[in-house]
Design a protein. Structure first.
Length: 202
């Protein structure tokens, strides 16, 4: 089952990278979510979950609560984690092992000897107090725009944003409207390729 999840995830990412009919108006690095402990990319369903649920974060690094404390940091107040899963092998008695081996030798199907275990992670941006440079957890570098606001555009946007309960929010890698919070989320102004791209996105 894990290989199926992994294949689906790889296909989605490959499709996004190869898409030529659409381009983002901001400098967006498509980074696979990585473990802050091992620096290795998550695979399968865990990668898919973090790509989707963690789309508002720029950092590709994810970390457990205990690892945050180990690195001398803490989770920011009010931040919520995302649950992932890993598969753990069951402990079998000698009798159970013998039964499984007998079934295999007879060509019978044997249920996989693993069960899912959940664990929670936070994006590194949800933490504070960690020396990111020391632990090699800094965000990927992108070219920054010297953003200069256009007065008339800012006025029009301001009038519209006043009607939104959640307002206009900057940060992350995606631009979207969230109905449940009645808010607009877009990347930081300096992350856009041009001033025009910023206002065009809004």
């Amino acid at each position: 089952m894990n290989k199926v999840y992994e294949k689906i995830t790889e296909q989605i990412i490959k499709g996004l990278e190869e898409t030529k009919s659409f381009s983002f108006g901001w400098n967006r690095i498509l980074n696979l979510p990585k473990s802050a402990s091992t620096k290795l990319a998550y695979k399968g369903s865990n990668a898919f979950i973090l790509l989707y649920l963690g789309r508002k974060y720029k950092s590709p690094y994810w970390i457990t609560f205990n690892k945050v404390r180990e690195l001398g940091g803490c989770v920011k107040k009010g931040e919520k984690s995302i649950q992932l899963v890993y598969w753990k092998e069951k402990n079998l008695t000698n009798e159970q092992k013998e039964i499984r081996e007998e079934k295999k030798s007879n060509g019978d199907w044997v249920m996989p000897n693993f069960f899912p275990v959940g664990f929670n992670v936070f994006n590194i941006e949800q933490t504070e107090g960690i020396d990111l440079k020391k632990h090699k957890l800094e965000n990927p570098k992108t070219k920054k725009l010297n953003f200069k606001p256009v007065e008339i555009a800012e006025k029009l946007i301001g009038e519209y944003v006043l009607e939104l309960e959640g307002g206009l929010n900057h940060g992350g890698n995606m631009a979207y409207y969230k109905p449940s919070e009645d808010k607009i989320q877009v990347p930081s102004q300096e992350d856009f390729k041009s001033v025009g791209e910023y206002y065009g996105t809004l």
